[in-house]
Design a protein around this ligand. Structure first.
Ligand SMILES: Cc1ncc(COP(=O)(O)O)c(C=O)c1O
Length: 492
């Protein structure tokens, strides 16, 4: 390092950028200067040559030097002052690390997994704001958590778990065995080798989307549908096609006119307490749909996330109970009936399907949480679980009835709805056009978080997915009243 006429240390340049490198010139200059400062070669107070000199020595345009110095200055590492030149002012690691930060924005745009819709991103964030009333959330209230049952189970587990090593590729055998027993009650005959334990049903959908379908394939599904609120199939290059539904379920006959011949396709359906409408597919429609799909070689993914959450009467048996030839991949989860935080779901299919998906699962996360699998095995084997389900249904019935009463009181002239026989949701169809985005934000100002129907639909709608499962009982009447005022204020 040499001194200038005023006695300041002037740095020595001993490098030129590599013109053949893929890294832009200005980035190379930033890296060079950062390294010199962080290594202590250039100390605080040292002076850099003028921009013109730097440009000449590096063999680059002056604008390249200006860009590099500008970025270093924005990190607080150097400072340019008229009359003093450019001086090194800091060498702290935190500042220097930021100079090496790549332009992540650019990378993030390039990935294949599509971003969530902005409304969903907002909902995911707002759910954890203090004081927010969650009027659309699809999980059970923490007040319904069976803490005593869970305490006993976890105490038992802490005494019985001998290791938390990885488990077998398809998941804990004892858990798959108990699931076979429980599935038998629903009319589904299967062996443990037909079951893959997943990290929630979402992972099952993810595995299917990456393992089983070509890009450009079609997924037919109810319109509206929960699956429309995700990007899982679209990110894998598949087309989601909404098929109208009525009170008996999906109008499968409309698939004929939509489906191109030779097209690879499958049907994703939530026949029981459908999300978001809570419609239960009738027994007759189930039979017809199964025949249609068999005749038309259209494999089915049956999502039975809400099957155990019946309130008034047990629903018809799953479609999978009719399946003798492996036409259907059946998805179950413990998320809705008990604990989404366990992140455990199960996929039931033919051995070839289960093995293939299990192999990819092993490459993805080497198995779902061992603690959760042991815990769920204990839960499902416990005599308390069925009793818990009964109590949970009674609590949900109470909440559903309260919300229906609130709607009767405040929404009779504003909307129409069906009374759900199970599940979590009331699909509230507003009678008049309301600007949904405005409604979302106006309700938020009142402390109410909504799930607008647009998240789930293929075409414009005027609906809200209300949920009675999460909200405090004591908040139901007041929130529905408040919501009715907001809706009235926005009617066009
Ligand atoms: C129909 C349906 N399937 C799957 C899921 C996702 O469940 P999991 O927590 O098991 O991933 C949900 C959650 O809302 C759902 O409503």
């Amino acid at each position: 390092m040499a001194g200038d006429l005023k006695g300041n240390r002037v740095v020595v340049l001993d490098w030129v950028p590599d013109k053949n490198s893929k890294a832009p010139m200005y980035r190379q200059i930033i890296d060079y200067i950062s390294t010199k400062i962080s290594s202590g070669d250039w100390t605080i107070g040292s002076i850099l040559p003028s921009q013109r000199t730097l440009a000449e020595k590096f063999g680059v345009n002056r604008s390249t030097v200006v860009a590099a110095l500008g970025e270093l200055e924005s990190f607080g590492i150097i400072k340019g002052e008229i009359g003093k030149g450019t001086q090194v002012i800091s060498n702290t690691w935190s500042l220097l690390i930021s100079s090496a930060t790549p332009d992540w924005g650019n990378y993030l745009q390039s990935g294949i997994f599509k971003e969530n819709m902005p409304t969903i991103q907002a909902i995911n964030k707002m759910e954890f704001e203090e004081g927010i009333v969650r009027l659309g959330t699809g999980e059970l209230s923490p007040k319904l958590y069976p803490s005593q049952m869970m305490e006993e189970i976890f105490i038992k587990l802490s005494q019985s778990i001998a290791s938390l090593n990885y488990l077998e590729p398809l998941g804990l055998l004892e858990l798959r065995e108990i699931l076979c027993e429980r599935l038998k009650r629903k009319g589904i005959q299967c062996k443990p080798s037909n079951i893959l334990i997943t990290s929630g049903s979402l992972q099952a959908l993810q595995l299917i989307s990456v393992c089983m379908l070509k890009q450009g394939s079609s997924i037919y599904t109810e319109a509206p549908s929960y699956i429309k609120s995700l990007q899982v199939f679209q990110s894998a290059g598949m087309k989601l096609n909404g098929v109208n539904m009525d009170l008996e379920g999906i109008q499968y006959w409309n698939i004929v006119s939509k489906r191109k011949s030779e097209e690879d396709a499958l049907l994703y359906t939530i026949p029981t307490f459908h999300n978001p409408t809570s419609i239960v597919m009738s027994e007759t429609r189930r039979k017809e749909l199964f025949k249609f799909c068999t005749d038309n070689r259209l494999p089915i993914i049956e999502d039975d996330a809400y099957g155990d959450i019946w309130i008034d009467e047990e629903p018809p048996k799953p479609l999978k109970s009719m399946d003798e030839n492996g036409m259907i991949i059946y998805l179950g989860t413990i998320s809705k009936a008990l604990a989404p935080g366990l992140r455990i779901g199960w996929l039931v299919g033919s051995e070839s399907v289960v093995d293939r998906l299990g192999d990819v699962k092993m490459q993805t996360d080497y198995g779902a949480s061992s603690v959760s699998q042991w815990a769920l095995k204990e839960i499902l084997s416990s005599s308390y679980y069925d009793q818990y389900l009964e109590e949970m249904r009674i609590a949900l019935k109470y909440r559903r009835d309260l919300m229906i009463a609130a709607l009767e009181k405040y929404f009779k002239d504003l909307a129409v709805w069906e009374v759900p026989k199970g599940g979590f949701y009331i699909w509230l169809n507003l009678k008049e056009d309301v600007a949904m985005e405005k409604l979302f934000h106006s309700a938020l100002k009142e402390g109410i978080l909504l799930n607008p129907g647009s998240i789930y639909d293929f075409k414009k709608n005027n609906a809200l997915r209300l949920s009675y499962s999460y909200i405090d009982e004591t908040d139901i009447m007041e929130s529905i009243e408040k919501l009715s005022y907001v809706v009235r204020s926005l009617k066009r």
